[in-house]
Each structure stands twice: as structure tokens, then as C-alpha cells.
Design a protein around this ligand. Structure first.
Ligand code: NDP
Ligand code: 2IT
Length: 444
């Protein structure tokens, strides 16, 4: 067995019941095979891959809170501090009923490589809770966030671990979490990113993941002598990433015809009216179904099925494993030529293999959605400087970071004889920086 295969088998054996984590590790180790083979003896001796796949630390805790009816509720809380070789742990918090340790380990593991690709000094981490913010009052969300931070504050800090948002955690939650951190510690520091603009947040952070996805897509399409202009696009999800990916596609002359949430999807052949989606989702916290009631000509279909709509480009921006082999076969049959991942690991391994074998252009999430965390790191820089940059400055930096990420992925894939395979390119380029830092820092 090769070293990468041995380590994968060990990860499966030692981390039972964590299929998403196994999946994320499998994809990375398969991509790294050539790199590892070239240095196998040294890497084995230094247990490089065993160290890389074992989190430095996992904190898990009880989160008790009182609901509006006076009933005490108890949720699970976690922070996975995966790898600090190149900077303080950095990564979002996810509040969703599906959250468990395995899901957060997959997300934390992905975050190591993603953060490395940004070129900024941030290590990998992720956290969250099985708390479901859906249907909760603002008071309930606040009490939950305060209880969560009462425990989490002991483990984070501006130079130690800097959480941010992810599914179910947006500006409202970050505000409540920040308030409680400050109250307990007495510190006014950049311990969280995605903060409101009046208390240390960065311009463009809200838009950054979606915009960054489209900047990278644009860069890749240019490289392949193509453009977004005139293309028909599907965007799954209707949360933060989906909304700002749609906005940037529209600015660049593409036409987004469908969006979704966990209940179903809308199809608007004339092009999505984003102000209506923003009002439903950002203002009223409603369901995407309401769009079809408001827009003549638009339809709503219950269930998963968005990928059966004909398109040129598919942008999965909701959650993990939302695009499977059947979905990609349908997309291909309808002449979709490109998939770019706004979400983390939205494409199953089988679907990814099909994509690579069939010459569909593909941008993996750890490169494609890195604009969010990159702009978080820019928020950290501004907090350290005690200055705020203009919208133009942050946006310019974000665009340059996404261009650089494309160049790194392209170069790494080419160096190992896998030109155009940006999955391998992203994994290899991300790995190289982290492993260099880990080896230089000794056995830690
Ligand atoms: P939001 O909570 O703002 O939106 C999530 C969207 O995805 C909602 O439309 C939600 O629908 C849908 N969704 C969530 N879970 C499921 C599910 N199990 N099945 C079907 N649909 C689902 O989250 P974000 O937009 O921030 O995150 C979306 C993805 O992007 C995630 O994978 C996240 O990890 C990733 N990401 C986010 C970044 C950020 O900066 N926010 C940065 C990089 C990656 P519903 O409302 O019905 O639950
Ligand atoms: O998956 C991700 O990169 C995020 N949710 C953003 C993390 C961050 O620290 O901004």
C-alpha cells in the first residue's frame, strides 16, 4: 500500500462514523499522491500525513439556553482547531441541525488548504452547533449565542483563533457573539470576522464569498477563451453565498435562472430578480417558494431537482454533497460545460470523477469559495491597523487574491502533469505551503 492509501485507511479506522471527513481526506490524499510519492521516505518518517489529518485540538461543550416558552434547551457546541502551521485558526461557525463532529472536521480540514491558497497568514479551523436558527425569535438566537460564547471565549482570541459565519451564522449571530465575547473578556479585538460595519467589520465581507467565486470563475473562463457574458447559470441555495454569486454573475452579463433552499427550487426563465430574493431571504427570513407567488412566469418546484434545468454553468452554493452522479449526468446531457463550487464539498466524489473524466471545467470549493475567508483575513488586517479600507480597496485586493489562487492552482496542476485539473492543483498548492511550515517548526 502506498503511504497515502495507508493514511487514508488509518483515518477511516480511527474516525468511525465520520463519512464527510473521510470523503474530504480521500479527495486530498488522492490529489497529493504524486507529491508524496516523490518524497515518500521523508514524509513517512516525519508522519506528515498522520499529523495533517489529526486536528491539533477539538473542543466540545454543552450549550444550555432558555426558549421563549421558558423551556430549557440543550445543544452541542464545538470548535475544531485543525492546523495552526501558517497562522491562527480561522474558519466559520455553522449552526444547523446536521452539524456533528465529523462534519466540522471535514470543514476544518478543507479550511487548512483553502486558507493556505489565499496567501494570507491563517490556519484552519471550524466550529458550530446543532442549533437550528430557523423559526427562532431574535431573543432565542441571542440567548443561544450568548451561551455558546460563554464557553467558546476561553479558547479563541485575535491571535489565537478567529471564527466567522457559515450556514446559519450571519451578521445577526456574529453581532450577538461579539457582544458576549467583549462583555466576558473586556477585550475590543478582532476575535470574529463578518462583524457589522459599525464595530470593526470590513466592507465587502458580506459579498466576498459569492463575488470571489465569480472572480475565480471569470479568470478560469478567460484562460479557456470564454466568458460569463450571455451564459445561463443555475445557483443552488439562496443564502449568503448564493445571493452574492448571483449578483456578480448578473453584473458580468450572465443570466441566473434558478435558485433553491432546502425545501425546493424556483425557475425564472427571464432571469432571477435578485431584489426580491434579498427581500425574502435577508429581510424577512422567508422561504424561496414565495418568489414564485410574486413573479409572474416563475415556477416553484418542491424538492431537489434544480440540476435538471438546462444551463451552461452550475454553481452549487448550498451544502455538502448536493450534486451527485445523477445530477452531473443530467447537467452534461443538457450541455452544461462548467461547475464551480460556492459551497464546501457540494459535489460527491463520484460526480467529481465524472466531471474530470468528461472534460467539464471544474473549480473546487477550497479555491472557489476562498474569497470569503480571504476577506475575513483582510478584516483582521484592518482591525490590527485600527483602520478601515474603502470598498474599492477591499474589492481590488479580493480580485487580486482570486487571480493569484487561479495561477497557483494552474501552476501546481501543470507541475505534476495534470494540466487543467484544478482539484489536484488546489490541493497540491494548498498543501505545499502548510507542509513547508510544519516541517520547519519541528515535531509539534
Ligand atoms: P446560509 O445559511 O446563508 O445559506 C445556506 C443556503 O443553503 C440556504 O439557502 C439553505 O436553505 C441551503 N441549505 C443549507 N443546508 C441545506 C441542506 N442540508 N440541503 C439543502 N439546502 C441547504 O449559508 P452560506 O450561504 O453562508 O453557506 C452556503 C455554503 O457556502 C456552505 O457550504 C458554506 O460552508 C459555504 N461557504 C460559506 C462562506 C461564507 O462566507 N458564508 C465561505 C465559504 C464557503 P435553507 O434556508 O432551507 O436551510
Ligand atoms: O467556509 C468558509 O471559508 C467560511 N465559512 C468563511 C470562514 C471565515 O473565517 O471567513
Amino acid at each position: 500500500m502506498s503511504y497515502t492509501e495507508e493514511v487514508y485507511a488509518r483515518v477511516v479506522e480511527k474516525n468511525p462514523g465520520e463519512p464527510e471527513f473521510h470523503q474530504a481526506v480521500k479527495e486530498v490524499l488522492e490529489s497529493l499522491k504524486k507529491v508524496i510519492d516523490a518524497n515518500e521516505a521523508e514524509y513517512r518518517k516525519m508522519a506528515v500525513l498522520e499529523r495533517l489529518t489529526e486536528p491539533e485540538r477539538i473542543i466540545s461543550f454543552r450549550v444550555p439556553w432558555v426558549d421563549d416558552a421558558g423551556q430549557v434547551q440543550v445543544n452541542k457546541g464545538y470548535r475544531v482547531q485543525f492546523n495552526s502551521a501558517i497562522g491562527p485558526y480561522k474558519g466559520g461557525l455553522r449552526f444547523h441541525p446536521s452539524v456533528n463532529q465529523g462534519v466540522l472536521k471535514f470543514l476544518g480540514f478543507e479550511q487548512i488548504f483553502k486558507n493556505s491558497l489565499t496567501g494570507l497568514p491563517i490556519g484552519g479551523g471550524k466550529g458550530g452547533s446543532d442549533f437550528d436558527p430557523k423559526g427562532k425569535s431574535d431573543g432565542e438566537v441571542m440567548r443561544f449565542c450568548q451561551s455558546f460564547m460563554t464557553e467558546l471565549n476561553k479558547h479563541i482570541g485575535a491571535d489565537q483563533d478567529v471564527p466567522a459565519g457559515d450556514i446559519g451564522v450571519g451578521a445577526r449571530e456574529i453581532g450577538f457573539l461579539y457582544g458576549q465575547y467583549k462583555r466576558i473578556t473586556g477585550l475590543y479585538e478582532g476575535v470574529l470576522t463578518g462583524k457589522g460595519l459599525t464595530f470593526g467589520g470590513s466592507l465587502i465581507r458580506t459579498q466576498a464569498t459569492g463575488y470571489g467565486l465569480i472572480y475565480l470563475l471569470d479568470e478560469m473562463l478567460k484562460h479557456h477563451k470564454n466568458t460569463i457574458e450571455g451564459k445561463t447559470v443555475l445557483v443552488s441555495g439562496s443564502g449568503n453565498v448564493a445571493i452574492y454569486a448571483t449578483e456578480k454573475v448578473q453584473q458580468l452579463g450572465g443570466k441566473v435562472v434558478a435558485m433553491s433552499d432546502s425545501n425546493g427550487y424556483i425557475h425564472d426563465p427571464d432571469g432571477i430578480k435578485l431584489d426580491i430574493v434579498k427581500n425574502i431571504k435577508e429581510v424577512r427570513r422567508g422561504r424561496i417558494k414565495e418568489y414564485a407567488d410574486k413573479v409572474p412566469g416563475a415556477t416553484y418546484t418542491e424538492g431537489k431537482g434544480i440540476w435538471s434545468i438546462p444551463c451552461d454553468i452550475a454553481l452549487p452554493c448550498a451544502t455538502q454533497n448536493e450534486l451527485n452522479l445523477d445530477d452531473i449526468k443530467k447537467l452534461k446531457a443538457n450541455n452544461c460545460f462548467c461547475v464551480a463550487e460556492g459551497a464546501n464539498m457540494p459535489t460527491t466524489l463520484e460526480a467529481t470523477d465524472f466531471i474530470l473524466e468528461n472534460g467539464i471545467l471544474f473549480l473546487p470549493g477550497k479555491a472557489a469559495n476562498a474569497g470569503g475567508v480571504a476577506t475575513s483575513a483582510l478584516e483582521m488586517s484592518q482591525n490590527s491597523l485600527r483602520l478601515s479600507w474603502t470598498e474599492e480597496e477591499v474589492d481590488q485586493r479580493l480580485q487580486q487574491i482570486m487571480k493569484d489562487i487561479f495561477a497557483k492552482c494552474e501552476d501546481a496542476a501543470r507541475r505534476y502533469g495534470m494540466e487543467g485539473n484544478y482539484v489536484a492543483g488546489a490541493n497540491i498548492a494548498g498543501f505545499e505551503k502548510v507542509i513547508n511550515a510544519m516541517l520547519a517548526q519541528g515535531i509539534v
